[in-house]
Design a protein around this ligand. Structure first.
Ligand SMILES: Cc1cc2nc3c(=O)[nH]c(=O)nc-3n(C[C@H](O)[C@H](O)[C@H](O)COP(=O)(O)OP(=O)(O)OC[C@H]3O[C@@H](n4cnc5c(N)ncnc54)[C@H](O)[C@@H]3O)c2cc1C
Length: 316
């Protein structure tokens, strides 16, 4: 058995790769198959998860577009589609800023493929990364739309927006290495996208997991104390039972004995506005101490990275 401290990584590197690559990079956390990332692997991975309906993987890439139309009525027709799971701001009479994940764009196209703006935006995105839309878009004849100009905002352009707009349109992913009780609480935050290491697919008896179960050190008990010794005894015994069960059953069956202390990797992807909400709740004194253990340093990091958005945030 392995015991580690909780931690997190802000996945800012992924903000500089293609949507397909970032979707693969995040999606592989479920299977812990990051070692299989290679040239050309992203396309096959993305096709497979889309085909299997593993839909939340397609939420791991967001694009922000600036769209200008010739006629105001074109915008009204778009709003009549009631687009869901997007951040939309009207930045001019005939101009909007719109951010959404690949999944949101895909579902908008399936629901409203005859709308001129929807067609134009998805055509724009599909031209950049065809694989993301190849299964739901016609082979030809739907791309050209007049009266709608679409541009993608670079990361630098998103970050240069007014602070209020940055908070809504800038999305950032954080990968947590925490216990299962903490992940269970984090996933209650609904406006986020999540992907987590799956105890259904991961067989911890395999070499790549060191043939052992990894637990998060409990911050409640001092090493060397009687309580810590009891906790350690419980984990050792649980691991032995889990490994024994794996000899005759699947990981999804054996995992039923695994406890809250199990290390779990969780990617949380949200806009900065939702991160403010999460950090307000999860750094506060009322929050669970193991949650505060990772959220308080994360808030300090966000203050350094996005001072205009998090600079004034004080949590008691
Ligand atoms: C100290 C503490 C103790 C807790 N104890 C318990 C407990 O004992 N049992 C328990 O079950 N949970 C508990 N929770 C979880 C808590 O009730 C929330 O589910 C969790 O914190 C998610 O936060 P949220 O609902 O404010 O916002 P999020 O889900 O992060 O949503 C962000 C914002 O989106 C909007 N929103 C999202 N979905 C909806 C919706 N369906 N309707 C309206 N507005 C929406 C709201 O404006 C909301 O502020 C606890 C949380 C804390 C911090």
């Amino acid at each position: 058995m392995r015991v580690i401290d909780p931690s997190y990584i802000i996945l800012s590197d992924l903000d500089n790769v293609s949507l397909v690559e970032r979707i693969e990079s995040c999606g592989r956390i479920c299977y812990k198959s990051e070692d299989r990332i290679a040239t050309g692997s992203a396309e096959a991975f993305v096709r497979k998860v889309i085909l299997n309906g593993h839909n939340s993987v397609a939420e791991m890439g967001v694009a922000t577009l600036e769209v200008e139309v010739d006629l105001e009525s074109t915008l009204n027709d778009f709003f009549a589609c009631l687009p869901k799971f997007f951040q939309i701001d009207r930045i001019g009479k005939k101009k909007i800023l719109i951010s959404g994940s690949v999944r949101a764009w895909r579902e908008l196209f399936v629901d409203s493929s005859s709308n001129k703006m929807v067609k134009s935006m998805v055509a724009f995105l599909a031209a950049r990364e065809p694989i993301l839309f190849e299964d739901i878009t016609p082979q030809s004849g739907w791309h050209s739309q007049t009266g709608v100009a679409v541009e993608k905002l670079s990361l630098a352009a998103v970050e240069a927006l007014d602070a209020g707009l940055v908070a809504k349109h800038r999305h950032i992913a954080v990968k947590f290495f925490v216990n299962r009780a903490v992940t269970h609480e984090i996933v209650r935050h609904r406006p986020c996208s999540f992907l987590q290491e799956s105890q259904r697919y991961c067989r911890y008896s395999e070499d790549k997991f060191g043939s052992e179960v990894t637990f998060i050190r409990p911050m409640f008990y001092q090493e060397g104390s009687e309580e810590y010794a009891l906790w350690e005894e419980a984990m050792t015994r649980t691991e032995a039972i889990y490994l024994e069960l794996l000899k005759s059953s699947t990981p999804q069956a054996a995992r039923t004995v695994l406890p809250n202390s199990c290390k779990t990797e969780l990617i949380v992807y949200a806009n900065l506005l939702e991160w403010i909400h999460i950090l307000r709740l999860r750094c506060s004194r009322a929050a669970e101490p193991s949650m505060r253990e990772v959220m308080i340093p994360l808030l300090a990091d966000f203050k350094d990275i996005f001072p205009r958005v998090f600079g004034d945030l004080v949590v008691q």
